[in-house]
Design a protein around this ligand. Structure first.
Ligand SMILES: [Zn+2]
Length: 133
């Protein structure tokens, strides 16, 4: 699984933009090509739908802006909140994997009690250490 370097915020309707290079990676020719979307552990898997494929999840199409709606059941399961959370986008063979972006402290990797400073996350422990330094 390769991280594409792309992180996208979920919009107010639970949608995420799939950039063109990822649409091509997925093998989509048209925006109207159906995509299967399903959960695999904590990963959201997007797969191009083909004729004789057995469908595990939901079938969705991109809208004219290249956005896909993340099913509400999936968002609820992963605790993804519209307009707050972002998804990291990975590529795996012909699939696209979306994973909830969990910010961590840039110094120690802690994921709780974070505050932002100049666009970076820092935890309260490291912040206190910095203050004393
Ligand atoms: Zn820290």
């Amino acid at each position: 699984m390769t991280f594409t370097g792309i992180v996208r915020r979920v919009d107010r309707l639970g949608r995420i933009v799939l950039p063109k290079k990822l649409r091509l990676a997925l093998g989509l020719k048209e925006l109207t090509d159906p995509i299967e979307i399903y959960l695999n552990g904590n990963d959201i898997v997007l797969k191009k739908f083909t004729e004789n494929m057995s469908v595990l999840g939901d079938l969705r199409c991109l809208d004219s802006f290249g956005r896909i709606v993340i099913p509400i059941a999936v968002r609820e399961f992963l605790g993804i909140e519209s307009q707050r959370d972002s998804l990291e986008i990975y590529c795996e063979e012909n699939n696209i994997i979306l994973r909830k972006f969990e910010p961590v402290c840039i110094f120690c990797g802690e994921s709780e009690h974070l505050t932002s400073f100049k666009g970076k996350k820092i935890c309260s422990t490291c912040l206190n250490e910095l203050k004393r330094a």
